[in-house]
Design a protein around this ligand. Structure first.
Ligand code: 3H9
Length: 695
């Protein structure tokens, strides 16, 4: 079947689009629709219906074509052809009409959809803005305030909501979309409905005072810190109010092109494809049969275990939560109930939905209750001996074929698997805290993990709305292993002369969600302290990398939970306050280790922390712990607050040029020593060959 086909059924022309998998607006599709609509001008049709085959209406521009020379007809040209038709054109929507797909529908004269459909303009998530009239047509139909919310968030709307806003004219509860769209078109013809164009709708300037835009800009400067596209979207919507349609379209096009050519959009488009690649395991066939996961057991009802349980209950999978004592169990279940109540209070879930989800989680203190579950996830204290005991026990209880997963952040999954007689069924599922919120899931493949276990867990991750990334076994896997090097440099910058505030502000201004020391305060400084107590002096490494943290903990400064750590925290507002007492500790420790503190530039701080990530990332890639550089980027953006608009550490290094990164690391090696700064051989090799991690 060709990409676009045409059928005259009675007096209605059906324009059928068939460009799997998501009907993206490739060049051939744009050409096909433009030619078909133009050709239909002179035929016997009295109305046209645009409908799509497959799983969805057009899901947007073809992202893989961005960055290539544009080929006519461009999308705006195609939309002008549709809009100019004298015969009413009706868009019939199912699945997701996104980006250029929704813009196509908005250029049509009428829009109908199945109730299950969603519509949205997600371009901002790609560092872009809608470049084919979305910013001009949405405010004309839905009003300026709704347009600002919809386009700057990129969030899709359910059909019913879109109809309330005026974006859809008719919503069908279910049934045959094409048949209902044809009936609707006949109704329009019978009523003599004209080819009604959104461009002819005026916007009342009083509905969009200048303050609305300035307030929105300020809000976005905080919410989407450092990002170009959201601010440009506001400018486009402002133009929709102040300029005639064609001028508004010109403004939109100019700003779209600026976004398209920006490094920010290149980074975010890289992440779009990297996320989809990360879900694929290179040496496991796509059609590997999966094991069925219809019930889950979770061991450990603490914050982590409870959060993990919610992920499954949220998609209708029943969970047995196991704790050692009834008291601990009730506490754990109580936290889950509280979390659901908070979500209801925020208006994100109805009481009934929350109750249904909560009921899917039952508690037990008896391992025997896990005998029939399809998957067990262990989330107990981070101690290898305890974990081995748990797995030895699971081995005696769980049914054959059950997947046995550990949520460990650091421990050796091979050693855990060896505690069972079925290492092929053992895998790591490393969730990030809070586990019901954070999207990242590191899936840790041990030496003997079976292919179908990996394939099952990767698919299950998507089903619970996580972004899975496969990691091999090593201390800390991908994310925490790299973080160790980032944290080390933060400590060294601190003892060598920077202040906590300078370090955190430098990283935050660069784009990290939080600075490293503020993150330490949030997580609790006692966690690292306790972990270090179990290590030998040799394992602990250079004391300069933890002396300050240890001193703070020994003063009772455990971070936010004790009201002070690297900062003080206001008891009521939790606001962060710079505390001179910390500088006394820092100076004492510097003196103790014979360090003469010096001035730091923000650039040195950022380079030392971020290049420490990159250098370790290169080793991880070289060792085959990560499958691809893009996987590492996905880990950092989804699990560690790395700015999406910089594309992740490996993409960022590629965008700077690996030669520059390599030379800076060599300079650090000469200044600070080989121990911390020997360039990864892969980095050196790629830099010398003028290549990139992504090649
Ligand atoms: C835009 O429209 C700009 C305009 O305003 C202006 C232009 C002038 N292009 O996600 P999935 C591939 S910007 C190319 O796993 P799902 C994807 O890579 C665009 N390829 O499926 C994957 O390939 P593979 C605005 C695309 O069912 C396969 O399709 N639109 C595109 O979980 C399946 O994808 C968007 O941002 C694309 N646009 O989710 C929508 N979309 O199998 C982006 C998908 O080789 N897309 N592919 O790995 C989505 O959000 C989801 O794909 C969707 C389906 C919800 C549609």
């Amino acid at each position: 079947m060709s990409i676009v086909s045409y059928e005259l059924r009675g007096d209605i022309g059906i324009v059928r689009v068939n460009n799997p998998p998501v009907n993206a607006l490739s060049h051939a599709l744009r050409e096909g629709i433009t030619n078909t609509v133009n050709a239909a001008r002179d035929d016997a049709s009295r109305a046209l219906v645009i409908v799509c085959e497959g799983r969805t209406f057009i899901a947007g521009a073809d992202i893989s074509e961005f960055g290539q020379p544009p080929r006519a007809p461009l999308l705006p040209d195609m939309l002008l052809a549709i809009e100019a038709s004298d015969k009413p054109v009706v868009a019939a929507i199912h699945g997701t009409a996104l980006g250029g797909g929704l813009e196509t529908a908005l250029a049509c004269h009428y829009r109908c959809a199945l109730a299950s459909a969603k519509v949205g303009l997600p371009e901002v998530k790609l560092g872009l803005l809608p470049g084919a009239g979305g910013t001009q047509r949405v405010p004309r139909l839905a009003g300026v305030a709704a347009a600002l919310d919809m386009i700057t968030s990129g969030a899709p709307l359910a059909a019913a909501r879109a109809a309330d806003l005026g974006l859809l004219d008719r919503v069908f509860d279910g049934g045959d979309l094409l048949q209902q769209a044809l009936d609707y078109s006949r109704e329009l013809i019978a009523a003599g409905a004209p080819a009604r164009r959104v461009r002819d709708i005026g916007i009342d300037p009083a509905s969009a005072p200048a303050e609305l835009f300035s307030q929105y800009r300020e809000k976005l400067a905080r919410r989407a810190r450092g990002q170009l596209a959201p601010q440009h979207i506001v400018s486009c919507i402002e133009a929709a109010v102040s300029q005639p349609m064609d001028d508004g379209l010109t403004t939109e096009r100019q700003l779209f092109m600026e976004c398209l050519q920006s490094p920010q959009s290149a980074a975010m488009r890289h992440l779009f494809f990297a996320e989809r690649e990360a879900a694929k395991v290179k040496d496991i066939a796509r059609d590997t049969p999966r094991r069925e996961i219809a019930s889950v057991g979770i061991i450990g009802g603490g914050t982590m275990g409870g959060g993990i349980a919610m992920n499954f209950a949220n998609v209708g999978i029943p969970v047995q939560l196991l704790e050692i004592s009834d008291e601990a169990l009730q506490r754990g279940l109580g936290i889950i109930t509280g979390n659901y109540a908070a979500t209801v209070k925020k208006g994100k879930l109805s009481e009934e939905q929350a109750a249904r989800r909560r009921q899917l989680i039952s508690g037990t203190t008896d391992y025997a209750d896990l005998a029939q579950v399809d998957l067990v996830i262990e989330a107990v204290f981070e101690n290898i001996d305890i974990k081995k005991q748990v797995f030895a026990k699971l081995d005696t209880i769980c049914k054959p074929g059950a997947i046995l997963a550990t949520n460990t952040s650091y421990q050796d999954v091979n050693a855990i698997a060896a505690a069972t007689g079925r290492p092929q069924d053992v895998i790591g599922m490393h969730f990030f805290s809070p586990a019901n919120v954070m999207r990242l899931l590191e899936v840790v493949r041990a030496d003997k993990t079976a292919g179908d276990v990996i394939a099952t867990v990767m698919q299950l991750a998507k089903a619970i709305h996580k972004v899975p990334v496969l990691s091999g076994v090593c201390y800390g896997f991908i994310g925490n292993r790299m973080l160790g090097h980032y944290g080390r440099e933060a400590q060294l910058c601190l003892i060598e002369g920077a202040t906590p505030e300078q370090i955190d502000t430098a990283l935050q201004n660069w784009g990290m969600a939080m600075g490293p020391l503020a993150v330490g305060d949030l997580a609790g400084l006692d966690i690292g302290y306790k972990a270090r107590q179990g290590l030998t002096e040799e394992q602990k490494g250079d004391p300069k990398t933890y002396a300050i943290a240890d001193a703070l903990v020994e003063m009772g400064r455990l971070g936010q939970k004790s009201g002070s750590g690297y900062y003080r925290y206001d008891a009521e507002t939790r606001a962060r306050i710079v505390d001179p007492a910390v500088m006394t500790v820092v100076e004492e420790q510097a003196q103790k280790y014979g360090i003469e503190r010096r001035a730091f530039t923000d650039e040195e701080i950022v380079n030392r922390l971020i290049f420490a990530l990159v250098n370790e990332g290169a080793r991880i890639l070289e060792e085959g712990i990560a499958q691809r550089a893009g996987d590492i980027d996905i880990v950092y953006v989804n699990g560690y607050g790395f700015p999406a608009y910089r594309g992740g550490p490996m993409h960022y290094a590629d965008s700077l040029g690996l030669k520059t990164v390599y030379e800076t690391i060599c300079e650090f090696r000469d200044r600070f020593g080989e121990k911390n700064w020997t360039p990864a051989p892969l980095l050196q090799q790629l830099a010398e060959a003028g290549r990139r991690f992504s090649d």
